[in-house]
Ligand binder design. Structure first.
Ligand SMILES: Nc1ncnc2c1ncn2[C@@H]1O[C@H](COP(=O)(O)OP(=O)(O)OP(=O)(O)O)[C@@H](O)[C@H]1O
Length: 349
C-alpha cells in the first residue's frame, strides 16, 4: 500500500512497515499528539464490505482494555481506502525473537516465563467470550520498559481477526457448528482445526502447547512441511506423549489436561500456570532474565572486551539443550567466535 507524506488525520506520520498479514498491514508511525511512536494496522475497504476482520479486532481490543496482556487501544477510523486501528507500539514478536536465538530455541526459563503470561493472555480473551483461533508465536509481542521498569517486560497477545464468539451475549454457550472451514495457521492449529471442526477454548491452548514445545525443541516434527494434510498426518502420529518426551514431566500433565477437555469445558488455566511455576521453583529460576536480555548483555560486554583483547579473546559461549537417553535435559557448551556468529546471523537473514 502506498501512502502520501500527509499525516493520517493530520496526526500520525507513517514511519515503516513492520508486519504484513493475510488481511492487512502494520506500520509504525509517529503520533504528533502523544509525541511517541505507535502502531497502525490497516485493512483495505473491500467493495462488498465482506471482510470485516479489523472491525472485529477493534471491538475485541476495546473489550480487552485493562488487561495487562493486551495492547493499548488509541484510536480507530476509516477513510476512502482503508480502515485503521491505532494502538500502542510493541517490540519484537516471539517468532522473531526465537529466530534470533542460537538453534532457534528458548531456554526453559524463558519458555516458562512466556508460557505463564501467554496462558493468562488467552484466559482474558476467553473471559470476554471469544476463542482466538490463531494462537502462534508471531501473535505475541513484548512490551518493553513498563513504566521504565525493564524487569516488567510483558508478553502481549495480538491479532483478533480470526476470533470467534463462543458465548452468546447473555452468557449462553453457542452450540458447535458442523463442517466449518479451516481457521488458523497450519503449524500451530489443533487437530480439530485440521478436521474442520468448530474450535473452542481447548484448541487455543493446544496451539499454545505446540508453541511451547517449539520454543524448547527449536522445531516441531511437522515444521518442515507446508501441506496441511501432511501436517495433519504427523499431528495424528504425535497426538500422544511422544511430543513432550525429554521435557520436564509437567509438560506431560499439561498435555493430559488439554486432552481431557471436551468442546464446551472450561480449561483450568490456574492449574496449567501452576505446572509451569512448579518447574520454575524446582529449577530455582527466580526472577531470571529472558534469553534476549542475556544475549543483549553478552553482546554489550563482548563489545567492551573486544576493544581490549586480541581476536582470540573475542568469543561468546553458546549452549545447546540436549536430551540424554534418560530423558534428562543437559546444556552442552559450544564456543563460537563473535565474528562467526555475526556472519551466521547475516546469512540467515
Ligand atoms: N501493536 C503492535 N506493535 C508492534 N508490532 C505489531 C503490533 N501489532 C502487530 N505487530 C506486528 O505485525 C505482525 C502482524 O500483525 P497481525 O498478526 O496483527 O497482522 P495480521 O494481518 O492479522 O497477520 P497474520 O495474518 O499473519 O496473522 C505481528 O506479528 C507483529 O510482529
Amino acid at each position: 500500500m502506498e501512502f502520501s507524506s500527509q499525516p493520517l488525520n493530520d496526526r500520525w506520520c507513517f514511519l515503516k512497515r513492520i508486519g504484513k498479514g493475510s488481511f492487512g498491514e502494520i506500520y509504525s508511525a509517529y503520533d504528533m499528539v502523544l509525541q511517541e511512536n505507535v502502531a497502525i494496522k490497516i485493512e483495505p475497504i473491500s467493495k462488498d464490505e465482506k471482510r470485516l476482520s479489523l472491525l472485529l479486532e477493534i471491538s475485541i481490543l476495546k473489550k480487552l482494555q485493562g488487561c495487562p496482556y493486551a495492547t493499548q487501544f488509541i484510536h480507530c477510523g476509516k477513510n476512502l481506502h482503508y480502515r485503521f486501528l491505532i494502538m500502542e507500539l510493541l517490540g519484537k514478536n516471539l517468532s522473531q525473537l526465537l529466530k534470533e536465538q542460537t538453534f532457534h530455541q528458548f531456554s526453559l526459563l524463558t519458555t516458562i516465563k512466556l508460557g505463564i503470561q501467554m496462558i493468562s493472555a488467552i484466559e482474558y480473551v476467553h473471559k470476554i467470550g471469544f476463542v482466538h483461533r490463531d494462537i502462534k508465536p508471531s501473535n505475541f509481542a513484548i512490551r518493553k520498559n513498563v513504566q521504565n521498569q525493564p524487569d516488567k517486560e510483558l508478553c502481549c497477545i495480538l491479532d483478533f481477526g480470526l476470533a470467534k464468539r463462543f458465548l452468546e451475549k447473555d452468557g449462553k454457550y453457542r452450540p458447535p457448528r458442523l463442517g466449518v472451514g479451516f481457521r488458523g495457521t497450519a503449524r500451530y492449529a489443533s487437530l480439530s482445526a485440521h478436521q474442520k471442526q468448530d474450535l473452542s477454548r481447548k484448541d487455543d491452548l493446544i496451539s499454545l502447547y505446540y508453541s511451547l514445545i517449539e520454543f524448547l525443541k527449536g522445531s516441531l516434527p511437522w515444521s518442515h512441511l507446508k501441506d496441511r494434510d501432511e501436517i495433519m498426518k504427523l499431528k495424528i502420529r504425535y497426538n500422544n506423549l511422544e511430543l513432550c518426551q525429554g521435557l520436564p514431566p509437567e509438560f506431560t500433565q499439561f498435555f493430559l489436561h488439554l486432552q481431557s477437555l471436551g468442546y464446551s469445558d472450561e480449561p483450568n488455566y490456574k492449574y496449567l500456570r501452576s505446572l509451569l511455576r512448579n518447574i520454575s521453583v524446582r529449577e530455582g529460576f527466580g526472577n531470571g532474565k529472558y534469553d534476549w536480555e542475556i544475549q543483549e548483555e553478552q553482546m554489550m560486554s563482548i563489545h567492551t572486551d573486544s576493544k581490549e583483547t586480541s581476536d582470540s579473546g573475542n568469543q561468546i559461549k553458546i549452549y545447546k539443550m540436549e536430551t540424554d537417553s534418560n530423558g534428562q535435559i543437559n546444556l552442552k557448551e559450544f564456543v563460537t567466535s563473535f565474528k562467526n556468529e555475526k556472519e551466521r546471523k547475516k546469512k540467515e537473514k
